[in-house]
Design a protein around this ligand. Sequence first.
Ligand code: PDD
Length: 288
Amino acid sequence: MSTVYLNGEYLPAEEAKISVLDRGFVFADGVYEVIPAYGSHLLRLEQHLQRLDDSLDGIRLANPFDHMQWAAILEEIVKLNSENNEDLSIYLQVTRGAAKRDHAFPDEIKQTVFVMATPMSAVPAEQLENGVAAITHDDIRWRYCHINSIALLPNTLMRQVAREAGAAEAILYRDDQVTEGAASNVFIVLNGRILTPRKDECLLPGITRDLILEIAADSGLDCQEADISMQMLREAEEIWVTSSTKEILPVTKLDGQAVGNGKPGPVWRDMLDRYQQYKDKLRTGAAQ
Ligand code: PDD
């Protein structure tokens, strides 16, 4: 049985209860983070906590904890859920707490803080061997997609459209420009160069995305932030989607058409190797 953290207590998931008046439940008034833990080491903790600060600033909600306090809670949750030595995905959520239903903020705010751990399932070998299918979808979300908001209804609707089309992800576009995936960032390889959309309010600044850019720069690979049009997406030799839980997934079919030769590409393979090396270092505490 998993142990979760809720408002100062560590308790079995089944015993954790929140008020039906919680503004997270009623208005989706809150933000979240998903942080992988490999061999009990949290990946890029400082960057995740910085993004949490940015998301909280974005919704004008004070962070109830400083980074040291967050680290203590997250490390305790990792420890309490590590009996099987599995890699974990740590989910944390902060909402504006329980209050009488009124759209404007309550005068007194007591944030609800929730943290849980789930075993991180390895990406299936079949997906690494053959890649996955993706569809394209008009980005129907609001204009503050850089905030890691718990209001994920548009993302869930678009991911479901993908699933019903037999695809693993929906790649989103706004005004003919690729933004990101329904729950991932997007990279393409075009004319041998690795490209990903620039950070702005149209996409979540993914921690995996930044790590890939860093690994590419350290390895001397040609990797740049750029505007990516739908035509560039369709002409790409390779497409990848990246996230904390899916790492780097090769997309080999887009809207039913083969991407490149329809197999995961060599640039992806090289990047995945480098990412695995990074994870191995993290497991031994030699990277953060
Ligand atoms: N989501 N863009 C969106 C819309 C996302 O939901 C995610 C990840 C990313 C990638 O961010 P990162 O590399 O920091 O995981 C980009 C998570 C994992 C989720 O909602 O489960």
